[in-house]
Structure formats: C-alpha cells, structure tokens
Unconditional design. Structure first.
Ligand code: UDP
Ligand code: MG
Length: 141
C-alpha cells in the first residue's frame, strides 16, 4: 500500500455559479485523486480573511476576500500518492493566460482572480487548510 497524501481543493464562487462543479470534480477524478470529503460552504468575511491570511499585504487581498464571500464554494479533501502537485497540475497556473492546455483554469477561468479553484501548495499547508473546513470526524475513512 503506497503512502497516501491529502490536499484541500476549493471550487470557487465563479465556477459554482456557472455550474462547473461536476466538470471540476471530474478533473480531480481523472487526475487519479480520490474524494475523502466534500461539502458546499458559504464563507463569511472573517473565514475568508483567515484562510487567505498569507496574502493579507497583497494588493489583491480585499478583492479576493470579496470574491470568495460572494457566493457558494465547494470544499473537498482529495487523496492520492502526491495529492498536492497532482491537484495543482490539474488546476494549471494561477493566471489562466499562463495555464497549460487542458487544465481547469485554462479551460474555464475568466481572470487571474476568478480562476475557478484553489489547491494547497504544500503538505504542511494542506493539513492547515483542511482543518479550516473539516473536522477530524469528517475525515475518517
Ligand atoms: N489572485 C489574484 N491576483 C493575483 C494573484 C492571485 O486575484 O495577482 C487570487 C487568485 O484567485 C489566486 C488567489 O489569489 O488563486 C491566491 O493566490 P496564489 O498566489 O496563492 O495562487 P494559487 O495558489 O491559487 O494558484
Ligand atoms: Mg496559493
């Protein structure tokens, strides 16, 4: 049995409202990732600010928080051999103009902000981010 790792994935409000959830879930499954937990959530301002605290000093922070609280998101915990890079590869680059053909952001994203999805950037951050959305009990399997 290989070691399994986990990442947090979010389907952002732009994608949820455009009814792209199924296509993005399919992209995760096609990347060989397994869904450990999934739910829809409406973030409040404090939750969005805490989740993106690392970007607090960036010029796009206020706009990003407004965007992430503008509608429903879907939070997922994805599992695989190397879940963090596998999901980031499936998403593509942050700016859809730079994202590789076939990636989620290249296929669907409207802008660098409204880029459809989030993925953790390290195993350590994945553990922290998963804890923002899911209790330990929701992660048992
Ligand atoms: N973002 C933005 N403008 C930028 C850079 C990022 O609006 O110039 C938003 C975008 O939604 C991105 C999120 O902030 O997904 C977090 O940025 P990060 O650099 O962590 O990109 P990611 O890890 O999501 O690819
Ligand atoms: Mg990031």
């Amino acid at each position: 049995m290989p070691n399994l790792t986990r990442t947090l994935a979010l389907i952002k409000p732009d994608a949820f409202e455009r009814r792209l959830t199924g296509k993005i879930v399919d992209a995760a499954l096609d990347a060989g990732l397994t869904i450990v937990a999934m739910k829809s959530v409406n973030l409040n301002r404090a939750q969005a600010e805490a989740f993106y605290a690392v970007h607090r000093e960036r010029p796009f922070f206020d706009s990003l928080v407004a965007f992430m609280t503008s509608g429903t998101i879907v939070a997922m915990v994805l599992e695989g051999g190397t879940a963090v890079p596998a999901w980031r590869d499936a998403m593509g680059a942050t700016d859809p103009a730079d994202a590789a053909p076939g990636t989620i952001r290249r296929r669907f994203a409207e802008s660098i902000e409204r880029n459809c999805c989030h993925g953790s950037d390290s195993d350590a951050n994945a553990a922290i981010e998963i804890g923002c959305f899911f209790s330990g009990e929701e992660l048992l399997r």
